[in-house]
Design a binder for this molecule. Structure first.
Ligand code: SF4
Length: 371
């Protein structure tokens, strides 16, 4: 398949690994921001192909993992209500809230449906006029245009039985938070190609310059990731720091102007909580006042006022993992109390979660705890 096979070419991957070995002279720490890249690195053994001077650090780019537990508890409450059809992408169903997950609510009789596109919710709300349809809108900039289109069309069709629990977050403020932390040791970034396909990469050059850190917009196939690392190393070894685009087959500097326009129409930038990390200023999207009637938090405010305080497992170190300070095998629960069949934290559930990637591809669950 074009644009896939050539980026999984083992010979090309080996060539990039050799080129990397030829130019590297020092130890470098590079963070890949996106969980899709993390899975690619572990699945294809990219980290094991690289010289030991390179440490790859896994970032917070798993939208399911950063959704705050308070919002998951709100989802659980709404999904359990009679006359509600609660819609979500499949990977949210097993993310633990304080007491249970959406799959458990479904087993108890909640009408919870997995959708493949938020636009399916429009049809559901039209076919079920006596039900309240609620969509759990989780994701980075990549999935935001489709959510925005749902809200825009619902307003156009005067649909009144559809609302959204919005947890859309933005990548650049998270990168700045990580780089601004006194604990940060990140020297280079691989930014997320799909996010930049939508948003472009004009925002990234000022970050690269402010923190003196190269940022390479990178794709997800093994050759993409290796080429991204190579480009990042070229900058590091020559003392430069700017934003460069490896994923040229998809990303343009300005991004997708039509997608950005619909996002701008429906959403405004707001401060958001990130699970495990805390509040990040201007790091999320909320519905504009014009579309506030589609906000599920407002529509179900009375029911949500009865929720007890949320509680996160004290064992889970997902916050430190998502900030690149620790790796999954540093968690005492990894592969024991916490596994994909009984997760304690979202990174063990999501197909983009770092803990799930280590569990699936590295078999650390059967090994003695590493340090
Ligand atoms: S292994 Fe489980 S408990 Fe530990 S950090 Fe990952 S998700 Fe949290």
């Amino acid at each position: 398949m074009k644009f896939v096979d050539e980026y999984r070419d083992a010979n090309l991957a080996q060539q990039y690994a050799r080129k990397i070995s030829q130019i590297i002279t020092k130890d470098w720490r590079i963070m890949e921001i996106c969980g899709g890249q993390t899975h690619s690195i572990l699945k294809y053994g990219i980290d094991e192909l690289l010289p030991s001077k390179i440490t790859l650090i896994h970032g917070p780019g798993c939208p399911v993992c950063v959704t705050p537990i308070q919002l998951i508890d709100s989802a659980l409450k709404i999904a359990a209500l009679q006359d509600v059809i609660f819609c979500s992408f499949g990977d949210m169903l097993r993310v633990p809230g304080t007491d249970e997950d959406l799959l458990t609510v479904k087993a108890k009789g909640g009408d919870i449906r997995i959708v493949y596109s938020p636009l399916d919710c429009l049809e559901l709300s039209q076919k079920n006029p006596n039900k309240q349809v609620v969509f759990f809108a989780v994701g980075f900039e990549t999935t935001t245009p489709a959510t925005a289109m749902v809200v825009y069309q619902a307003a156009q069709y005067a649909i009144t039985n559809l609302s959204l629990l919005v947890s859309h977050v933005l990548v650049p403020p998270a990168m700045e938070t990580i780089l601004g932390s006194p604990k940060s040791q990140i020297q280079g970034f691989l930014a997320a190609g799909h996010v930049c396909t939508v948003m472009g990469y004009e925002e990234y050059n000022p970050i690269a310059q402010k923190y003196g850190v190269p940022i390479v917009i990178t794709g997800f196939e093994p050759v993409d990731v290796l080429q991204g690392i190579y480009l990042c190393l070229q900058q590091l070894e020559s003392g430069q720091a700017y934003c460069e685009n490896q994923y040229v087959r998809s990303v343009e500097q300005q991004g997708n102007s039509i997608a950005k326009k619909i996002i701008q129409e429906v959403f405004e930038v707001v401060t958001r909580q990130w699970r495990g990390i805390g509040e990040i200023s201007q790091s999320g999207l909320g519905l504009r006042e014009k579309y506030a009637s589609f906000d599920a938090l407002k529509r179900f405010a009375e029911e949500l006022s009865l929720i007890k305080p949320s509680y996160v497992s004290s064992i889970c170190i997902s916050g430190e993992i998502m900030q690149g300070l620790k790796k999954p095998h540093h968690c005492p629960a990894f592969g024991k109390e916490c596994a994909p069949e009984h997760p304690l934290g979202a990174p063990m559930v999501s197909p983009e979660g770092t803990c799930a990637a280590y569990y699936r591809y590295r078999n650390y669950q059967n090994q003695t705890l590493m340090v």
